[in-house]
Design a protein. Structure first.
Length: 255
């Protein structure tokens, strides 16, 4: 796309991201940033020296409190997204997150050629996420579950509430609370890497494809040329291979 006046485009406006999906995205973003910053401070507490009374120096307890509140909010938000993966439109459907068909696997290869290997500059046209993005979000979803399990396992010994106690079984799996903390902290940096790559690719695809990727997560609308709307990769649906309807064989003419 060179943006010249001679370019002719006939775009169709499509409502892709419903309001619950957009709310999930921004709440999740705030939670991840909050948990990342407070988690880093918990792992590396700064030594702030002052002459105030000890009762006035509870700022680190406040840091932990913010971390725990963000963790609960992340959990509720994640559970709601699982619910909306069943109740939402086809772009939010849970089946998209398991790219198993031949076309989806090919699309993953096409996206890698464009985004990573730079073998091609032909954009992969999709209305929802492309198959590579859906697969990545599946991985981050599993990472979120891992952080929830290990995080509440670390919280359980210092809490009298019933909910954190549901995760006490996690610590023995790692051998010690120290090991849980190490893995929990290491996963933080995976989220940092994901965030950097995610933000870069959002701007990249918004510029290359011109579908309104950035504005869509605010207003919900994306754009695609009408001659591409009927293409299979623009449907946003990703059914399991064994659930696809087979085409009926033509009936042979009578002898």
């Amino acid at each position: 796309m060179n943006g010249s006046a001679s370019d002719s485009h006939d775009f169709q406006r499509v409502y892709v991201w419903e309001q619950p999906v957009r709310w999930f995205h921004w709440i999740n973003a705030v939670c991840i940033v909050t948990l990342g910053v407070t988690g880093w401070m918990i792992a590396h507490p700064p030594a702030l020296m002052n002459a105030n009374e000890a009762s006035f120096s509870y700022w680190f307890g406040s840091v932990r409190f913010v971390h725990f509140v963000a963790a609960y909010l992340l959990l509720v938000n994640f559970v709601f997204r699982l619910y909306w993966s069943v109740m939402g439109n086809k772009y939010a459907n849970w089946r998209n997150f398991f790219p198993l068909t031949k076309a989806q696997l090919k699309q993953i290869g096409d996206v890698l050629k464009v985004d990573v290997l730079q073998f091609s500059n032909k954009p992969v046209e999709t209305l929802g996420h492309n198959s590579m993005a859906y697969f990545t979000y599946t991985a981050t979803g599993l990472l979120t579950i891992f952080q929830i399990l290990t995080g509440f396992a670390l919280y359980a010994p210092t809490s009298a509430a019933w909910f954190p106690q549901l995760f006490t079984w996690v610590t023995p799996l790692f051998g010690s609370e120290y090991n849980v903390r190490i893995f929990h902290y290491a996963a933080l940096w995976l989220f940092v890497v994901f965030t950097i790559v995610h933000v870069y690719l959002v701007f990249y695809h918004d510029y290359v494809e011109g579908h309104g990727v950035i504005s869509s997560i605010v207003g919900g609308w994306k754009f695609m040329e009408k001659n591409q709307m009927a293409a299979e990769q623009a449907t946003g649906m990703s059914p399991f291979p064994w659930r696809q309807h087979r085409k009926a064989k033509p009936t042979p003419p009578p002898a």
